[in-house]
Design a protein around this ligand. Sequence first.
Ligand code: NAP
Length: 247
Amino acid sequence: MDLGGKVAVVTGASRGIGRAVAETLAGLGANVVVNYVGNAEAAEETAALVRGLGVQALVIQADVADQEQVNNMMQQVLQEFGRIDILVNNAGITRDNLLPRMREQDWDAVMNTNLKGAYHCAKAALRPMLKAHWGRIINISSVVALSGNPGQSNYAAAKAGLIGFTKSLAKEFGSRNITVNAVVPGYIATDMTADLSGENKAQLLSSVPLGRLGAPEDVAKAVAFLASDWAGYITGHVIVVDGGMAM
Ligand code: NAP
């Protein structure tokens, strides 16, 4: 696989899965835009890792929930690199609670970041992709989109929404050589899952046939495959990277 000369925008690339995606795409030769919202130091660390692989990194702070900030980010990318080939909609948050106790602001925050953020970014990145007649959009969903999870109705709804969004865009833009796919991670060891108690972790592990939590790199490799020419005839697809948990 070779992504030499391509430009990839990875949202939420300061930490966790996004950082692994940034590094993996850079390892294949892509220049990478490292987006983050609050953690500038971590974003600079990701950029240093990317540059260490011999490609360019551009760090941009932008809240994906805000269309204007996203438009400015994509504008800056075009000024710097003149193209956007790959968009990985990875930025995500959780605000868990059982529905009777879920505040409207927590419902909205999760929807606006996880689902509407992908709409903002795809809308802005599609313009240069359409011009170039080439593009790859990869949306990071979650296994809870398929299975549901108590306390995560907002998150599961947003992540399930991403799958419908993925398939619709795949149909809208297939004729323009733009593929749109979703990657569905299971439980991956990142800050997002760091709070799991030992008991919960043990229970989870017992439901994973491969017997371990996933690593961010496990997800990043599936993303890299979908971004590459090796996946040129795959669109509207959902790849589950969960160690077999959701079978
Ligand atoms: P994480 O370690 O908590 O990192 C989240 C990333 O998203 C950070 O880079 C954060 O930036 C960024 N972000 C959050 N809100 C943002 C916003 N409004 N605008 C721009 N960036 C924003 O999460 P993760 O575990 O790597 O998860 C990455 C993606 O995979 C998420 O979409 C998540 O839902 C999904 N996922 C994760 C798991 C898992 O088990 N970990 C499972 C299934 C799906 P800052 O550093 O600046 O805050």
